[in-house]
Design a protein around this ligand. Structure first.
Ligand code: F3S
Length: 417
C-alpha cells in the first residue's frame, strides 16, 4: 500500500499511519476490522470546505493530510460513523438554515457511498457496533473508547479523525498504548466506601476518579451492586472528561478484572485513595461550579446518547406533566434508538409533554442550544464539564428526576444537593 499498489488514497493513508506510528514509537501496525470515526462534514468549517471543494477534498485534506484532492475509494473494513454536528430532522429548532442541512445531507450521502455505517452516535456500542473481547479497534470519541476498552475488553487508543480515516482505507492502526497487554493493567486503586446508585452518582464517581488519576488506569474496588450499561456509560464519559482516562477496571465486574490481583497484573498500585461521601460531594460542587441562577431555560439529556431504557425513564418521569413555557427539554439518542422510540410511543409522550427527542448530535458538540439559553441543566457530568466552556452558559448537574422536575417547573433543585 505504501508503494501505491492499491492506489493513491491508500498510499496516503498508509504513509500517514507509518508517520503516526513512528512518532508514537509503535513497533508495528496491527490489523483492525472495526473503525469508528468521522468522515463527513460535521463542523461548520468542514461544511463550508465541503460546499466549496467537494467531499473528496474534505477527506483528502482532513483525514489523509493530502493537499492534493484524491479520489477516495470504498472503505476496506467495517467502519461506522460517530456523532455529527446537527440533527437534520430538527434543524429549524436547532437554528440551522436549510442550505447547511443540504451540505450535511451531501456529507451523509458521501459517507454512505464510502461504505461507512451512518450510526451517527457517540454510543455506537448501544446500537450494534459491539466489538468483542480482545478485538483491535480504531475508535475516536473518548466516552466510547473508555467504554469498549473497559466494559467490553476490546482494544483501542483514543484515535483522531486522521488515523481513523486512514484505518478505514487500510484496515491497520499503530500497535501501541491500549493494544498492548501491559498498558491495560491497573495503576491506581480506588477504595469505594459508599453505595453508588443513580446514573448521576456514577457520573460523579467517574468525575472524581478521572480528576485523581488523570491519564492512568484506575481500579475501583468495593462496588456492591454491578452498574448497568447506562451507569457504566456515564461513569466512563465523566472519567474521560475530568481526566483523560481511556481504560478502567471495576474489580469483580469488568472482564479484565476478575480479581484485584489480575487487574494489577500482580503488581502493587502506584497510589491508593478512598472515595466516600465527602469526595462525591466535592465532585458534585465542582461539576456545579458554573451554576448560580435557579431559573432554568434548557434541559439537555442524552450525554452520552441515551439508551432506550433511559428514554423510557424520562417518559415515566414526564407522565401527565408538561414542560414549562420558559423552558426547553431536548433529549439526544442514536438515530436507531430514535426509530425504536418512535415505534414504542416514547417520542409522542415526550413531544406531547412539550419536549423533543433528537438524534445525531448534542448541544456541546453541535453547539446547538435553544435561542437565548442562559441556564442549562443536565444529568451528565461530561456535558456539565463541556457545555459552560463551549457555549458560555451556566449549567446545573443532577439526577434525571431533578432534570425532568426542572423542565416542568422551570426551577432547579436537586436531590443530590
Ligand atoms: Fe456524546 Fe455529545 Fe456527550 S457527542 S458523549 S452527547 S458531549
Amino acid at each position: 500500500m505504501l508503494e501505491g499498489r492499491e492506489g493513491p488514497a491508500r498510499q496516503k493513508a498508509m504513509d500517514l499511519l507509518v508517520r503516526y506510528g513512528e512518532a508514537l514509537g509503535a513497533e508495528r501496525l496491527v490489523d483492525t476490522n472495526n473503525v469508528c470515526g468521522t468522515v463527513g462534514a460535521s463542523t461548520p468549517f468542514l461544511r463550508d470546505y465541503g460546499a466549496k471543494h467537494g467531499m473528496d477534498a474534505v477527506f483528502s485534506e482532513f483525514s489523509l493530510d493530502s493537499a492534493e484532492v484524491l479520489e477516495i475509494p470504498k472503505v476496506s473494513v467495517y467502519s461506522s460513523h460517530l456523532q455529527q454536528g446537527l440533527d437534520p430532522d430538527h434543524a429549524e429548532l436547532q437554528g440551522i438554515p436549510p442550505e447547511v442541512v443540504k451540505v450535511y445531507r451531501q456529507g451523509e450521502a458521501y459517507t454512505a457511498k464510502l461504505g461507512v455505517q451512518p450510526l451517527n452516535t457517540c454510543a455506537p456500542y448501544t446500537v450494534g457496533n459491539v466489538p468483542k473481547m480482545g478485538e483491535h479497534c480504531a475508535w475516536m470519541e473518548s466516552s466510547a473508547v473508555i467504554y469498549i476498552n473497559s466494559v467490553l475488553g476490546a482494544r483501542t487508543n483514543a484515535e483522531g479523525r486522521e488515523s481513523t480515516g486512514a484505518a478505514m482505507l487500510t484496515g491497520k492502526i499503530p500497535y501501541w498504548g491500549y493494544h498492548l497487554d501491559e498498558n491495560r493493567l491497573g495503576t491506581h486503586l480506588v477504595e469505594l466506601e459508599v453505595d453508588v446508585e443513580s446514573t448521576a452518582a456514577w457520573g460523579l464517581l467517574g468525575y472524581y476518579v478521572g480528576e485523581m488519576v488523570q491519564e492512568c488506569v484506575p481500579v475501583v474496588a468495593g462496588v456492591r451492586q454491578a452498574p448497568d450499561l447506562a451507569r457504566l456509560k456515564h461513569f466512563g464519559a465523566a472519567a474521560a472528561s475530568s481526566g483523560g482516562v481511556e481504560m478502567y477496571h471495576l474489580a469483580g465486574i469488568t472482564p479484565e478484572a476478575p480479581t484485584l490481583e489480575t487487574a494489577f497484573g500482580g503488581k502493587n498500585p502506584k497510589e491508593v485513595f478512598r472515595v466516600g461521601k465527602t469526595e462525591l460531594r466535592l465532585a458534585y460542587e465542582q461539576v456545579n461550579s458554573t451554576a448560580k441562577d435557579a431559573d432554568v431555560d434548557f434541559i439537555m439529556l442524552g450525554c452520552p446518547h441515551y439508551t432506550i431504557g433511559q428514554i423510557e425513564e424520562a417518559c415515566r418521569l414526564l407522565q401527565d406533566r408538561r414542560v414549562h413555557e420558559n423552558t426547553s427539554l431536548w433529549i439526544f439518542t442514536p438515530r436507531a434508538t430514535k426509530q425504536l422510540a418512535d415505534r414504542k410511543g416514547y417520542t409522542r409522550i415526550i413531544t406531547e409533554a412539550g419536549g423533543h427527542l433528537m438524534s445525531d448530535t448534542c448541544s456541546a458538540l453541535g453547539r446547538v442550544l435553544p435561542k437565548g439559553t442562559k441556564v442549562a441543566a443536565v444529568d451528565s457530568a461530561k456535558q456539565a464539564h463541556y457545555l459552560p466552556a463551549i457555549m458560555g452558559v451556566q449549567c446545573w448537574f443532577g439526577t434525571t428526576a431533578d432534570c425532568i422536575n426542572a423542565a416542568v417547573s422551570g426551577r432547579w433543585s436537586s436531590e443530590l444537593g
